[in-house]
Ligand binder design. Structure first.
Ligand SMILES: *Cc1c(COP(=O)(O)O)cnc(C)c1O
Length: 949
């Protein structure tokens, strides 16, 4: 065996295991299994044209060579992105630690208390610094967060405003360009009218429902919004502010002006620039809007024993429940980055953050003073970190680039300079020298920063923040290291056991794929740096786009969408633009099968489409007759069909080509949700089934870790006719010839983590990718056959096979008083994370093992499931305090001197022998969901206050 091939490390099944597994399934060989799984007419006839697999060693050398093609300049460009110093203790113990980065979204709260606490910290940081009442646990980036603010304010218009059809939204001209572009994208389909202008000249007329301001403005001016907000309030115009989180340690927070929403990014809290992302955005608002907030909120509740516990609150399953009525399509967020940013605040504490902010401000004032002494005019009257200088760009630019420095050149005579945490006295001296050289070339000597302030007295912050003990306890490295470990130990991640979450593809996130994220050559490139400086990135991103186009069979790819749901939205917006370019402005009907993921209808509505739900038949497939009827009915206005393939039921529907043809015959486009691409790569592809556009979840199929609920990347791959409409960026040119406006803030979205998917493809090559897909299908069918003695699989293909995942039916156990949740919680006692619960069918579990798991691990999981099946039978006869209802069992519980249950402690905690070898203890008993929603608390507050509530 070639042990240097990455495929042999990535794929968990050994050569000698195949025979046994195939036998158990009842097929002669892999070819037969695949033949019985994937309809023959959609199988690829040729191998994918990809470069040969590199070994891990070769790859690391290759990527290092590419990284050296990036010129890492000092970037003082600002515009929402700033170099920041990631504390090594956070880098090593979180970013580089699979205990954190391989975890899933904390749906199973009892085995996720660690990251839930870290996210509660994040929310507390956001609430405290913005002075708002409630915050969520991250959004995708500042620009999308601003767009979410606009749409939320649109949704919460007063009854009178809705009745009068008030559509205008004012946007300050000082809002970041990428945010403005996103607002344009999002407003158009909803009919919102953007009015852009100077806020000081805004007339508060009642045809506006809301406004967006930037604080400080994009070129650094800090405005006093006090009277603006009062006037807006008087006129029932809601105010959103995009704010720089670090500046709020010194500036009066927007909450104290009385605004309705505050958004922004936490990138400068110790997160690498990464050529655009990933970074965690925040969204904070008033308690009154708690049911309208997009994304996930962490809340405090209690467990069975009344002990404090954390969970995701309220709209946990937002899109799945509300679908086309959902407040937003956001699903995957930026959890890992939110955890890191929150931890940065824990490490520095309020004093440390103030120190950093003061230092940056002092650097900016020092620079401004020196430049003024050189005779330059500085335009900002009140500023935090950014100054605007009147100087000739054409003269300054070459001098700056010679010194490997980037500024932002606003126009021929105006330059913006944004300082950051990394700036030293010497750096300020270098900048001043550049401006001196451009003039009389006086020698500049700066020996220290001034302590003069350039923030108006009334704009300075006087209120305290981050007084909770968590932000005042872990300021030494030893203490923080242990705090991070303490939280990590509460969470079950892939470094403990298989996480068989259907639709989520929790495969290996290889160390070799993750290592480059730590490199400064990749981490420290500003997204708006001139492209010539990012040659390494440009090569990787282009190659990745090409490879993804090859894999999907499409003409082109855009990496800009930073989650799967963003990809859905981007793809639908491209379809919309395509129809419009053909003069088909009436085409606005989107047909979506009932079994679709909830983000599909939510995205369609955001794209201005009307959702028509088509039925599934008793086999779980699209009901072609019903679809045909609906297509004919809406033929004239048909925009698109959204279809997941293989379906969310884990089946390759054989009628797929007939379905895509039907849509095309009626002038529609086919959007394929590519979340299940792990069952396709190398064997079939979206182009072959007749789709026109798909998104891929790089955080599912292409090995980006889930990070506890993000980051993700959701590129869209499109057929020829949609290529012109791929999304653009207002600062750096990208996208098609008739590009739609921005989908996310950065030109190539979350570039840094694209390195992971790039390495995944380059190290597996065509053979390894195909073998991975085949093994994923093998593993799923093996589990299916092993569980068949105890569980019914809900849907299979025509030849009785599952694809890469399967749904097992737990509804029959209801008659024994056992709910699917009881099974999910009991799995924790066996050391396993539950499969996907109640999606796409309520009362079921959807199991997806992936190719990375070994046969012994698959067997342990099956043993656990079958043992639980036995316990369900026992529960039926005893039915008292049974082991399932009481699950999960904590260490505290089973070592308690009082043990009053009818089963033994041994059975509670060590139900099978293998558990003894590798016990995972849930840190709390079952959490009380209803209590948490009734008593919503979403930030760290003193325990006393919690008790009163
Ligand atoms: C995960 C998933 C999505 C949403 O992707 P995100 O990256 O979480 O936004 C959409 N559809 C299906 C079928 C999925 O499994």
């Amino acid at each position: 065996m070639r042990t240097d091939l990455f495929a042999s490390r990535h794929i968990g099944i050994k050569k000698e295991d195949y025979k046994h597994m195939l036998q158990s399934i009842g097929v002669a060989n892999l070819e037969q299994l695949i033949y019985e799984t994937i309809p023959d007419d959609i199988r690829l006839k040729q191998d994918l044209q990809l470069s040969p697999a590199m070994s891990e060693h070769e790859f690391l050398n290759h990527l290092e060579a590419l990284s050296n093609k990036n010129k890492v300049f000092k970037s003082y460009i600002g515009l929402g992105y700033h170099e920041s110093l990631i504390p090594s203790v956070i880098k090593r113990n979180i970013l580089e630690n699979p205990g954190w980065y391989t975890a899933y979204t904390p749906y199973q709260a009892e085995i996720a208390q660690g990251r839930l606490e870290a996210l509660l910290n994040f929310q507390t940081v956001v609430c405290d610094l913005t002075a708002m009442e409630i915050a969520n646990a991250s959004l995708l980036d500042e620009s999308t967060a601003a767009a979410e603010a606009m749409t939320m304010l649109f949704d919460v218009r007063s009854r009178a405003q809705k009745k009068a059809n008030i559509l205008k939204f004012f946007v300050s001209e000082e809002v970041l360009p990428q945010t403005l572009s996103l607002l344009q994208t999002r407003s158009t389909p909803l009919g919102i009218e953007l009015v852009i202008g100077n806020h000081e000249e805004f007339t508060f007329t009642n045809d506006f429902f809301g406004v967006l301001l930037q604080y400080p403005g994009k070129y650094g001016q800090v405005h006093n919004f006090d009277s603006f907000v009062s006037k807006a309030n008087e006129n029932d115009i809601k105010v959103a502010v995009a704010a720089d989180i670090l500046s709020l340690t010194l500036l009066k927070p927007p909450g104290e002006f009385g605004v309705d929403v505050v958004v922004g990014t936490t990138q400068r809290f110790g997160i690498p620039l990464g050529y655009g992302g990933p970074h965690a955005a925040f969204f904070a608002t008033k308690e009154a809007y708690k049911r309208n907030i997009p994304g996930r909120i962490i809340g405090i509740t209690k467990d069975t024993d009344g002990k404090q516990a954390l969970r995701m609150a309220l709209q946990t399953r937002e899109q799945h429940i509300k679908r086309d009525k959902a407040t937003s399509n956001i699903c995957t967020a930026q959890v890992l980055l939110a955890v890191m940013a929150g931890m940065y605040a824990v490490y520095h504490g309020p004093e440390g953050l103030k120190y950093i902010a003061n230092k940056i401000h002092a650097a900016a004032v020092t620079l401004a003073t020196n430049l003024e002494q050189l005779g330059y005019k500085q335009l900002n009257t009140s500023f935090f970190d950014t100054i605007t200088i009147k100087a000739e760009s054409a003269v300054i630019k070459p001098l700056a680039e010679q010194k490997e420095i980037n500024f932002y050149y606003i126009d021929a005579n105006t330059i913006s300079i944004s300082l950051n945490e990394s700036v030293s006295v010497a750096d300020v001296e270098t900048i001043a020298t550049i401006f001196s050289e451009a003039k009389e070339n006086k020698t500049i000597q700066i020996t220290s920063f001034t302590d003069k302030k350039e923030i108006d007295q009334e704009l300075q912050r006087s209120s305290t923040f981050l007084e909770n003990p968590v932000f005042n306890s872990y300021h030494s490295e030893t203490e923080l290291m242990r705090y991070i470990k303490k939280l990590e130990r509460k969470d079950l991640a892939l470094n403990h056991s298989m996480i068989s979450l259907g639709s989520c593809t929790m495969k290996l996130n290889a160390a070799t794929q993750m290592l480059p994220l730590s490199s400064n050559q990749w981490g420290n490139v500003h997204p708006f740096a001139p492209v010539e400086q990012a040659e390494g990135y440009q090569i990787v991103l282009k190659e990745l786009e090409n490879d993804l186009s090859t894999i999907t069979g499409f003409a082109a790819t855009s990496l800009q969408p930073n989650s799967g749901a963003q990809g859905e939205y981007a793809g639908l917006m491209a379809i919309r633009a395509y129809h419009e370019s053909n003069g088909d402005t009436n085409r606005n009907i989107c047909i979506i099968p009932a079994s679709a993921h909830g983000t599909n209808p939510a995205s369609a509505v955001m794209a201005g489409m009307k959702v028509i739900v088509s039925k599934t038949d008793e086999r779980g497939n699209i009901d072609v007759a019903d679809l045909e009827e609906k297509v004919k009915l809406h033929s004239e206005n048909l925009s698109a069909l959204m279809v997941t393939y293989p379906s969310t039921h884990g089946v390759f529907e054989s009628s797929i080509k007939q379905i895509t043809k039907l849509i095309h015959d009626h002038g529609g486009q086919v959007y394929m949700d590519g979340a299940n691409m792990n069952a396709q790569v190398g064997l079939t592809n979206p182009a072959t089934i007749g789709a026109d556009v798909c998104h891929l979840n790089l955080h599912k199929t292409f090995a980006i870790p889930h990070g506890g609920g993000g980051p993700g990347v959701g590129p869209i791959c499109v057929a020829k006719q949609l290529v012109p409409f791929l999304p653009s960026n207002p600062v750096i040119k990208t996208g098609g010839s008739k590009a739609i406006t921005a989908i996310s803030g950065a030109p190539w979205g979350s570039s840094l983590v694209c390195l992971i998917s790039y390495s995944y493809i380059k190290m597996l090559g065509e053979k390894g990718l195909k073998q991975s897909t085949i093994t994923a299908i093998l593993n799923a069918n093996y589990i299916k056959s092993r569980l068949s003695s105890g569980f019914d699989v809900l849907y299979t293909g025509e030849k009785g096979r599952a694809a890469h995942e399967m749904i097992i039916d737990c509804r029959p156990f209801k008659q024994n008083g056992i709910e699917v949740t009881d099974i999910a919680k009991r799995l924790m006692d066996y050391g396993f994370h539950a499969p996907t619960v109640s999606f796409p069918v309520a009362g079921t579990l959807m199991i997806e093992p992936t190719e990375s798991e070994s046969l012994p691990e698959l067997d342990r999981f099956c043993d656990a499931m079958l043992s639980i099946r036995q316990e369900i039978e026992e529960a039926y006869s005893e039915n008292k305090d049974n082991v399932l209802k009481n699950a999960p069992h904590t260490l505290e519980m089973v070592t308690n001197d009082n043990w009053n249950f009818e089963y033994s402690r041994q059975k509670a905690a060590f139900p099978l022998d293998f558990v003894k070898e590798n016990k995972f203890w849930p840190s709390v008993r079952r959490v009380d969901d209803a209590y948490g929603d009734r008593n919503l608390i979403c930030s760290c507050i003193p325990i006393e206050a919690y008790a009163e509530a």
